[in-house]
Design a protein around this ligand. Sequence first.
Ligand SMILES: Cc1cc2nc3c(=O)[nH]c(=O)nc-3n(C[C@H](O)[C@H](O)[C@H](O)COP(=O)(O)O)c2cc1C
Length: 201
Amino acid sequence: MSNLPYVLILYYSRHGATAALAQALAHGVEHSGQLEARIRTVPPVSPDCEASIPAVPSEGAIYASADDLRHCHGLLLGSPTRFGNMAAPLKYFLDTTSNLWLEGCLINKPAGVFSSSNSLHGGQESTLLSMMLPLLHHGMVISGIPYSEAGLNNTQNGGTPYGATHWSGTAEPALTEIETQLCYAQGQRLARLALQLDTFT
Ligand SMILES: Cc1cc2nc3c(=O)[nH]c(=O)nc-3n(C[C@H](O)[C@H](O)[C@H](O)COP(=O)(O)O)c2cc1C
């Protein structure tokens, strides 16, 4: 981990599609060379209140801490679409951020959202909108993807003005070229906003 200021890319992914979006967004964030993309995930939740998991996951991104969120200069938040809403593990993590809200440490920092769904019209956009709500409560500056990105008009799969998406269809985690381009554009834009907004004081 470097000492560069960073954009936190925080996601939950069960089958890898949302994780693939996170990786593609990271390339856009790091385009300027001035910001690191810090990729973090959250543990699953269980109805069994006795259940516990190892502190460090056996593979993939490590779990986010409150400090990862507290000290970020921008946030990209990603979740699979679940019944048109964000997945419970991500919501559970957000529900533990009251102290950060009280401190106001996310106010005026830029944020964006991303998602993956199995069906093309199965709730990507409602999921993205639902993910924006807690970020607005935190005082973050929400940004999406402008229509100057040609892929938004051409896509036959994922990609929305509300944030990057992937249509996983028949359990396919690999992103299409346009989905990848739109991730890059969103990551690059979020990093540019973090540099332009006063998030470094
Ligand atoms: C409980 C549950 C609810 C889901 N709800 C939806 C849904 O509302 N619309 C949809 O298109 N896909 C839905 N899916 C499918 C996932 O969104 C899709 O497989 C996604 O690409 C998984 O992302 P991941 O690979 O990052 O886990 C659901 C999956 C689960 C397990």
